[in-house]
Design a binder for this molecule. Sequence first.
Ligand SMILES: Nc1ncnc2c1ncn2[C@@H]1O[C@H](COP(=O)(O)OP(=O)(O)OP(=O)(O)O)[C@@H](O)[C@H]1O
Length: 305
Amino acid sequence: MAILEVDDLRKEYGGFAAVEGSSFEIERGEVFGVVGPNGAGKTTTLKMLAGLIEPSAGTAVVAGHTPGQRAMQRRLGFLPEESPLYEEMTAVDYLAFFADLYDVPSDAARERIHDSLDRLDLEHRDRRIGNMSKGMQRKVAIARALVNDPDVLIFDEPASGLDPLTTNYIIEFTRELSDEGKTIVFSAHNLFHVESICDRIVIMNDGRIVARGTLEEIRDAHGGTEYHVYATSDGSDGLDATAGSIEVSRENGQVRHVVPDMTAVDAVRERVEADGGRVTDVRTETPSLEEIFLEVASEPEATDA
Ligand SMILES: Nc1ncnc2c1ncn2[C@@H]1O[C@H](COP(=O)(O)OP(=O)(O)OP(=O)(O)O)[C@@H](O)[C@H]1O
């Protein structure tokens, strides 16, 4: 059953649609990625889900509640892209303060805070937040999103601008949270992270969803797997050698046929052999999310996959 339902969501700023016609559902326990170029509408979408800004039209239901309702806030943890922290406080005091706002009993809060900080490997947790590194501050912000032990986590760019080690910790931690059954909505520019942890994604461009699904579904909708058949000949001796081939080119003295499926691989083989040549290698090539992203995000009138 969907824990998060979004129907025809729209946000306008003075006649400009930052988000429009956005509809999707997220199942309990999923890691759901929202990706897109700068200004695509990711943060606006996430903020509407978190109840921080009101939609201009459409509806969102998170864990059975409308965003912004107190009952929903208890079940939601939001990590904003930029998280202002109280610089004079220590991490532990700061997190205890937020736990108190959520009416978490102090013993449970202490245990939860130390557990999160242990798992995030935060050292110097009694240091003033203002004296912490950027990576340490991001970990504190993540721990803040967890103080109320939420079912749904909305992470806006959780690891942006951090060093690879800290990034790795945060991505791994996000994966662990998902393994524990939490539902995670996640936006990121680093598509490798998206590929490595998201079950399903939407790609946004100019406020609209332009592709959606599992990575496999998105790949299939955008060319899918290609087969590269390397041969000693182009098989063109009296035959239509390129039938079924997406592309034929020469590479290091060989002919490379790019074809869409195994049937076409066999057809190329037959033609090459009929021509007195032979197939020397067949490789599969899968487009990366990055390649699909670049294709989808550069289409002026991109259509929903
Ligand atoms: N408060 C606002 N007032 C006016 N326009 C806004 C406001 N907030 C966002 N926008 C505009 O809405 C569009 C979507 O912004 P949003 O921050 O959601 O994009 P994003 O996909 O999160 O981008 P980024 O990857 O750069 O964070 C942008 O054109 C932005 O300038």
